[in-house]
Write a protein that binds this ligand. Structure first.
Ligand SMILES: Cc1cc2nc3c(=O)[nH]c(=O)nc-3n(C[C@H](O)[C@H](O)[C@H](O)COP(=O)(O)OP(=O)(O)OC[C@H]3O[C@@H](n4cnc5c(N)ncnc54)[C@H](O)[C@@H]3O)c2cc1C
Length: 350
């Protein structure tokens, strides 16, 4: 048998590490370049919903997440100004684990399987060569594009201080939304996505922004909450236009391929799913059964087939949530519609 060809992965986030583990399980030599180091906080609702949990189970990672303290989220509630939805059961429970723990757990597992992980090593070459996979996260949106999106996250150490009615509460405002959910170790994740206008005055502090509008139900919820100062992180210039894998010249997975609006809570799942879709074609390339172009094309077809529909519905959902009509009576009716909720939950995940 000939020596397997190596794979180099740029980016040791969820997609890159998951792919690295899957390839190592098939005996492929893998090196991951990661610009940062572990553990680290990431802007994320830390709410894994959709097929991603099944991927973790198939790779033998689900039990490790549970041992690390991941907790299930079973119910959700939407709040929009004076209106709110009923507390609803999720059609399938989500899994909630801080990225601080999750990324470090995957990094340790990758190393344990014999992969080479280069921390604090930024890949700077622009080439899209053979054996190279881009898992480097979102492509920053060009600065002149409008509106611009930014995300912000912090943890509250004890959830006793945040009296939640549902495992996930989504608080929708005129220009964004803030999700509040329980995660591991009795902590609460508070994570928001905001649309920024050029003339907008920034709030005095990130904590102020995360507490929501004065007088809102969210502000009341977080009245006694003290944020962990080390857990604050933010990200700007989010590209929320869906992309097709077949249009890409390079081999890419996760957010590098395309981002789904964070309101779906499906981005991590898509990172895991795209990584799993990449394992077989890249292992075939490595072991000489497929050339590089063939491997890239098989991966691209798999990703487009899996994600195209849900990306379209995710955009509809985000548009609907931020449409001014949702703040009025129509919004109150939509928030109560059981049929609409079930339909959008299914369409934005599967
Ligand atoms: C506000 C917000 C809330 C969200 N909430 C949720 C949620 O609740 N549920 C959910 O499922 N998803 C959520 N997401 C989406 C989710 O966080 C992403 O989809 C997921 O992190 C994508 O994983 P990834 O591995 O593709 O990218 P990342 O996790 O971003 O990893 C990319 C990695 O590449 C590294 N890197 C970048 N460039 C280089 C380079 N040149 N050389 C070496 N390394 C490099 C980075 O350091 C990083 O570690 C949210 C996103 C936002 C913005």
């Amino acid at each position: 048998m000939s020596t397997p060809k190596p794979i180099t992965i740029i980016g040791g986030g969820l997609a890159g590490l998951t792919l690295g583990i899957g390839l190592r399980q098939r005996g492929v030599p893998v090196t991951i370049w990661e610009a940062g180091r572990y553990p680290r906080h990431r802007v994320c609702g830390e709410f894994i919903s959709g097929n991603g949990q099944a991927v973790l189970e198939r790779l033998g990672l689900l039990a490790r997440c549970q041992q690390a303290g991941a907790v299930p989220a079973r119910t959700v509630m939407f709040v929009c100004g004076p209106h709110r939805s009923p507390v609803r059961p999720l059609a399938a429970p989500a899994l909630c684990l801080s990225r601080h723990k999750l990324d470090a757990l995957l990094a340790e597992t990758f190393r344990h399987t014999g992969g080479e992980l280069r921390e604090q090593a930024r890949w700077t070459t622009a080439e899209a060569g053979e054996g190279l996979v881009y898992a480097a996260g979102r492509r920053p949106q060009p600065v002149d594009k409008s509106p611009r999106w930014f995300g912000l996250k912090a943890h509250v150490p004890r959830h006793g201080a945040v009296p939640l009615e549902a495992d996930l509460e989504m608080h929708v405002m005129r220009d964004g939304y803030i999700g509040v959910n329980r995660i591991n170790d009795g902590e609460v994740n508070v994570c928001g996505l905001f649309r920024v206008r050029a003339d907008e005055r920034q709030p005095e502090s990130k904590a102020e922004r995360l507490r929501g509008d004065p007088g809102s139900r969210l502000r009341e919820r977080l009245r006694l909450a003290e944020f962990d100062p080390d857990s604050f992180c933010s990200v700007a210039g989010l590209p929320l236009q869906p992309q097709r894998a077949a249009a890409r010249a390079e081999c890419c997975i996760g957010d590098r391929l395309t981002m789904t609006p964070p309101v779906t809570g499906n981005g991590m799942s898509m990172a895991f799913e795209s990584a799993e879709l990449a394992v077989a074609p890249l292992a075939d390339y490595s072991q000489g059964r497929l050339d590089w172009l063939g491997a890239r094309q098989r991966l691209a077809q798999g990703c487009d087939a899996a994600f195209a529909r849900r990306l379209v519905w995710a955009r509809h959902l985000q548009w609907m949530l931020l449409a001014p009509a949702l703040q009025g009576r129509l919004g109150a009716r939509l928030l109560r519609s059981e049929w609409l909720w079930r339909f959008l939950f299914e369409r934005t995940r599967y």
